[in-house]
Ligand binder design. Structure first.
Ligand code: GLU
Length: 289
């Protein structure tokens, strides 16, 4: 079976040089390995994704000279798959609804910080401060029946007990130079959200299920997602899915050393194209030739 690679952008802005590096690395590695190259549109967030950005992704990747298999998988068309996985995790007693609003979470974190520094996840966000896991079943049922919106969270402690110790194979260097067998540390993320209030899935759940559904054998993506791999390994284990190999690559940063963002015009591929750059200029600029 040929290896399967994928590039999985979110259509919440135009692609920049960091995306170009990821897409080109995936395509180069797929070619070198005689593998397949897939494109997945990660449009699970209805508030941020727009059709013009999705059209921009196809345009920019084609301009770079990339090809990918059709049909392209779009996460917004896979909600049944995500719901089904949530039902399975629920049956295992590993998820629970959490009803707090964003403002309530902020207030809970502030109250916690008044006592001691708030524990933070690897991205620097405070861990879930709430206590929804401990809600009495009757109160939980009452809130659901009242129509109160809720997110579904993973009971991290229970999930880790069930899954046991986990590792992954890292073929890149990772942000801290970890290569080879990496020990997963999902607890660092706390009780992560697996279903949002406005979508029956979260990034972690969707990416894990889609990689498995598409038979992805090699996940090549930026170092900003290295730590998230711990959560993906945990979900793979709980749901009986195979573990791909991982290769996390360097990030492209701006002149101030900050990670590129989709709002930075100067590094957008379409801006480069408009100012006369060629695909080979882009490759050279990324140090790929
Ligand atoms: N959709 C994610 C992003 O655009 C990438 C997900 C992944 O490669 O696992 O950052």
């Amino acid at each position: 079976m040929p290896p399967v690679f994928r590039f999985a952008p979110s259509p919440n802005g135009y692609l920049h040089l960091g995306h170009a590096l990821s897409a080109l690395l995936n395509a180069d590695m797929a070619k070198a390995a005689g593998g397949r190259m897939l494109l997945r549109i990660e449009d699970i967030d209805p508030s941020r994704c727009r059709p013009e950005y999705e059209a921009g992704i196809y345009e920019d990747l084609a301009w770079l000279g990339l090809t990918w298999e059709r049909p392209v998988r779009r996460q917004s068309e896979q909600f049944d798959v995500y719901r089904d996985a949530l039902t399975r995790l629920d049956a295992m007693g590993l998820i629970y609804p959490s009803f707090e609003s964003r403002a309530e979470i902020v207030a809970l974190v502030a109250a916690r910080e008044a006592q001691a520094p708030s524990p933070r996840d690897p991205d620097g966000a405070p861990l879930y401060p709430g206590n929804a896991k401990a809600l009495a079943p009757a109160e939980r049922a009452r809130l659901i029946a009242s129509g109160a919106p809720y997110a579904m969270r993973l009971d991290m402690a229970a999930a880790m007990t069930r899954a046991g110790a986990l590792t992954w194979l890292e073929n890149g260097a990772g942000p801290r130079g970890e290569a080879g067998t990496v020990i997963a540390d999902p607890a660092a993320w706390g009780d992560v959200i697996l279903a949002r209030k406005d979508a029956p899935g979260s990034y972690h759940l969707a990416v894990t299920l889609d990689d498995a559904a598409q038979g992805v054998t090699d996940v090549v993506r930026g170092n900003d997602l290295f730590d998230a791999t711990s959560v993906h390994r945990l979900l793979q284990s709980l749901l009986g899915l195979p573990a791909p190999r991982y290769h996390h690559h360097r990030l492209i940063v701006d002149a101030d050393g900050r990670k590129l963002s989709k709002s930075t015009q100067a590094t957008a591929l379409r801006e480069r194209r408009a100012s006369g750059a060629t695909p080979s200029d882009i490759r050279k600029g990324l140090g790929l030739d």
